[in-house]
Design a protein around this ligand. Structure first.
Ligand SMILES: Cc1cc2nc3c(=O)[nH]c(=O)nc-3n(C[C@H](O)[C@H](O)[C@H](O)COP(=O)(O)O)c2cc1C
Length: 179
């Protein structure tokens, strides 16, 4: 399986959680890792290049810190620019048919914050619905997300353990993730 991990963190230099996840993937040489904010510091996304790259992978993981119950703005812009009518969706838009997409999120909030009755009321899966539908509308398969909760308070050991679990999750075949 050809795996791309698109990391969308506006400031990876100050990151603990996303940096730990990236480090583990680099150690395993498990995926082609891309750093969206470094590739496009001017926010001018090369749509043809991005579409070409998408075609070269079986699974695309979007890894990002959870910002205001969604993804950071440049990743949203990436979706708006790259997922074009007639290519990604619409009657002729079948380029992404069958590709697997996944979100990998680090959140400041705890697991309990993201439950009914908790501080945020809804689960991360519920908040992810617009992104889920974006990729299923583009004929992709949207796999269960990986979520690292309580990211800012996690110890180095916890981050390491989470990084290992993260790598296992994103490398798992779809039938093991969806059951
Ligand atoms: C602009 C901004 C918005 C944020 N919004 C949320 C949020 O809606 N929910 C949440 O749980 N954490 C939120 N956070 C916390 C981040 O998700 C958290 O700091 C990040 O996942 C830590 O990862 P890092 O060490 O890789 O930066 C927000 C942080 C920032 C800077």
């Amino acid at each position: 399986m050809k795996l791309m991990v698109m990391v969308a963190h506006p400031n990876l230099e100050t990151s603990r959680a996303n940096a730990a996840l990236v480090k583990e993937l680099q150690r395993r040489e498990a995926a082609d890792i891309r750093l969206l904010y470094r590739e496009y510091p001017d926010w001018k996304i090369d749509v043809e290049r991005e579409q070409r790259l998408l075609l070269a992978y079986d699974r695309i993981v979007f890894q990002f810190p959870w910002y205001w119950y969604s993804c950071p703005a440049l990743l949203k812009k990436w979706m708006e620019d790259v997922l074009t009518f007639g290519w990604a969706y619409g009657p002729e838009g079948k380029a992404l048919k069958g590709k697997e997409f996944m979100a990998a999120i680090t959140s400041g909030g705890t697991f309990n914050c993201y439950q009914a009755g908790g501080e945020n009321w809804f689960t991360i899966s519920e908040f992810l619905k617009p992104i889920q539908r974006t990729f299923t509308k583009c004929n992709g398969v949207f796999l269960p997300p990986y979520v690292l909760y309580n990211a800012n308070r996690a110890s180095e050991e916890e981050l390491l353990e989470q990084s290992r679990r993260y790598a296992e999750h994103i490398l798992s075949p779809a039938p093991l993730l969806v059951h």
